[in-house]
Design a protein around this ligand. Structure first.
Ligand SMILES: NC(=O)c1ccc[n+]([C@@H]2O[C@H](COP(=O)([O-])OP(=O)(O)OC[C@H]3O[C@@H](n4cnc5c(N)ncnc54)[C@H](OP(=O)(O)O)[C@@H]3O)[C@@H](O)[C@H]2O)c1
Length: 309
């Protein structure tokens, strides 16, 4: 595993981070058992992953809490999230605190390393910040979490408007941003600011549905009037489209942690392997940027939320 410093937090984090949401939700989203999900978390930690990203919404905090029990808590960087609400329904500060406390119970810990406001839309950002930040900072001062983060809503905010605004405020220690081979412009719209303000970056949507489904990828690229991405697959290049997707973002200047979500142990090891490999060949990168760099808003689909228990 390779490690990097997570922005101004100073945390040392693995460049591959385990995502516990997305379509797979550690396997709970695709019919696997809690024991299977625990095995995924433990295999990731044993492979050197120390950053684990979950959320109140995902229904995976309890599994993560059980999975990490045999490990040294202080060596892990646990990130979770609470929904801040939308429009007229921004959550009351006390509800946000209740969500944080429930996350701590589920995760079987007395602090999280990164506490994030989950999926904040551009139009809600100012209200969310003004109504919730004072409470958040009080909870942080009590030691319930160490660093404050915010995540965007890629499907409705493909141009990263919320993060552009939030980063200028300089209040957030970490941001979660979507970038992939057909949605590249975080390079110019987000990373210059994360680097300027010292925010750590967590990457989501790197594979999602689009790069895991060859027929869908081929159809979407054709619909855009672009040549297929198969040129990436050759002996000196990527071994698969997933390999290309992870290696592409991993070496973008400004990216700290590439999150991967999976229900499958073989995928887990393949993904870690890709994320820790060398960059794609320079000619392939150049072609990806020049031919596909203008595309945005593709492959940013949202999974169905988990059933309420
Ligand atoms: N707004 C937010 O805050 C937000 C939104 C989305 C995601 N996230 C975070 O980002 C994490 C990553 O989510 P993502 O959906 O963007 O995940 P992702 O890693 O880009 O994609 C996950 C999908 O790709 C498949 N996959 C993964 N590795 C594969 C491989 N080697 N071969 C074939 N298929 C593979 C998975 O299926 P298998 O299960 O079969 O491997 C799953 O369907 C989430 O878990 C979550 O922590 C946050």
């Amino acid at each position: 595993m390779q490690y990097t410093t997570f922005g101004r937090t100073g945390l040392r984090v693995s460049v591959a981070g385990l995502g516990c949401g997305g379509f797979s939700r550690l396997g709970l989203g695709v019919g696997k058992s809690e024991d299977d999900a625990i095995a995924i978390v433990r295999a990731a930690i044993e492979a050197g992953v120390n950053l684990i990203d979950t959320a109140a919404l995902y229904g995976t905090e309890g599994v993560v809490g059980r999975a990490i029990e045999p490990f040294d808590r202080s060596a892990l960087v646990l990130a979770t999230k609470a929904l801040a609400g939308r429009g007229e329904r921004i959550v009351k500060p006390e509800k946000l605190v209740a969500s944080l406390e429930n996350s701590l119970r589920e995760l079987r810990t007395d602090y999280v390393d990164i506490f994030q406001l989950h999926a904040v839309a551009p139009e809600d950002y100012v209200r969310t910040r003004d109504e919730l930040l004072p409470t958040l900072l009080r909870e942080r001062d009590k030691g319930k979490f160490r660093f404050l983060g915010i995540t965007e809503t890629p499907s409705t905010d493909p141009d990263h408007e919320m993060l552009s605004h939030a980063l200028r405020d300089g209040l957030w220690d970490s941001v979660m941003v979507a970038q992939h081979m057909l949605h590249q412009h975080a390079r110019t719209r987000v990373y210059p600011q994360t680097q300027r303000y010292g925010a750590g970056t967590l990457l989501m949507f790197v594979v999602r549905g689009i790069f895991a489904q060859p027929e869908r990828l081929a159809a979407e690229v054709q619909a855009l009037g672009l040549p297929p991405l198969d040129f990436l697959l050759h002996a000196a290049g990527a071994s698969s489209m997933m390999d290309a997707a992870y290696r592409f973002v991993r070496h973008e200047p400004g990216v700290d942690v590439v999150l991967f979500g999976t229900s499958d142990l073989t995928h887990l090891h393949a993904n870690i392997d890709s994320i820790t490999k060398s960059p794609l060949p320079a000619a392939d990168l150049e072609r990806l940027r020049s031919v596909y760099g203008h595309v945005t808003g593709v492959g940013l689909d949202v999974p169905t939320p988990p059933p309420k228990s």
